[in-house]
Design a binder for this molecule. Structure first.
Ligand code: ATP
Length: 300
């Protein structure tokens, strides 16, 4: 196993950030921690990268214990923290050289590993990191986390605040790194990114709600979901929430996602109800669940 987390708990005074978390990540796996702000993702990353000590439980990374073998772990992992971690006043090249030097290596030695990413920021190598765009900062941070050829890469919300094109490119880069044998633990609040991982853990309030492949998680969704639309979305939401038989109701893109509590649900009953509320242009159609739907169901 590349990462083993066993019954880890951590609290900050009154806040219980992690409650009895356990999971394993296999060598070469791309594993996602999916959860909203405050779920406990950063706390877990800090424990696994030896920057914070858990109150209970144990964990290993690359077969080293996170407490006893912390120095060995620091040499074996790359960590890209959520907040921008680079030296704003150093240039792109200086930042990268700095990280290479503290790990006793050079840009040249591991250039192969970062090449695909670095070529995209190389034209700006003399620019100060603080003056880079969001997407470029993120690429530089990834190069810095990779420059010592880590076995395990920890990426805490690497795409938060990054535009959709750069997000897509970033995930393509992760897939290429995975093919080079690097184990990756990545956190994200974006449900569409969850589908790109080999396995995911859905996490909320310091607890794992569910863990499996993205395909299996969606397959186990227990209900039929309906896309509902009408001329007034705000009123539609309120009317659906007030409907006696609703099981779940929430906005989803241009639709409202609705599930019914009855086994013999007939959409025409709902149609009539919404019509009686003076809604117009009503549409009710079956749709497939997504990871976001699973999250909404588990978080209920
Ligand atoms: N140093 C701290 N002192 C007190 N409470 C903290 C501290 N760090 C985190 N917390 C609390 O612990 C909980 C988990 O926070 P954590 O940062 O691990 O979550 P997260 O999933 O990474 O969310 P975010 O994306 O917002 O950072 C939150 O309720 C947070 O307010």
């Amino acid at each position: 196993m590349s990462i083993t987390v066993s019954n880890i708990s951590k609290s900050y005074k009154k806040v219980q950030a992690l409650q009895n978390i356990s999971f394993e990540v296999k060598e070469g796996e791309l594993f996602g921690l999916i959860g909203p702000d405050g779920a406990g993702k950063t706390t877990l990353f800090r424990i696994l990268t030896t920057l914070l000590i858990a109150n209970e439980g144990f964990a290993t990374v690359a077969n080293f214990d996170v407490v006893a073998d912390y120095k060995k772990i620091r040499n074996s992992v790359g960590y890209m923290p959520g907040k921008f971690s680079l030296y704003q006043d150093l240039t792109v090249e200086e930042n990268l050289n700095f990280f290479a030097t503290i790990f006793g290596t050079t840009i040249k030695e591991n250039y192969d590993l970062i090449k695909d990413i670095y070529v995209q920021i190389e034209p700006f190598k003399d620019r100060r990191a603080g003056k880079l765009s969001g997407g470029m900062k993120q690429k530089l941070a990834l190069c810095c986390a990779l420059i010592h050829k880590p076995k395990v890469l920890f990426l805490d919300e690497p795409t938060t605040g990054v535009d959709p094109v750069s997000r897509k490119e970033f995930w393509e880069m992760l897939k290429r790194l995975q093919q080079k044998g690097i184990t990756i633990l990545v956190s994200t609040p974006y449900m569409d990114e969850a589908a790109l991982c080999d396995r995911i853990a859905l996490i909320q309030n310091g607890k794992i709600l569910q863990m499996d492949t993205p395909q299996a998680i969606v397959k186990h969704y227990p209900k039929q979901i309906y896309n509902v639309r009408a001329n007034n979305t705000y009123q539609l939401l309120n009317n659906l929430k007030a409907y006696t038989y609703n099981h779940s109701v929430y906005p989803f893109g241009e639709f409202v996602h609705y599930t019914d509590s009855r086994v013999d649900f007939n959409p025409s009953d709902l149609y009539k109800y919404l019509e009686s509320k003076n809604l117009r242009n009503i549409e009710i159609e079956k749709t497939e669940p997504t990871i976001e739907d699973t999250f909404m169901e588990l978080a209920k």
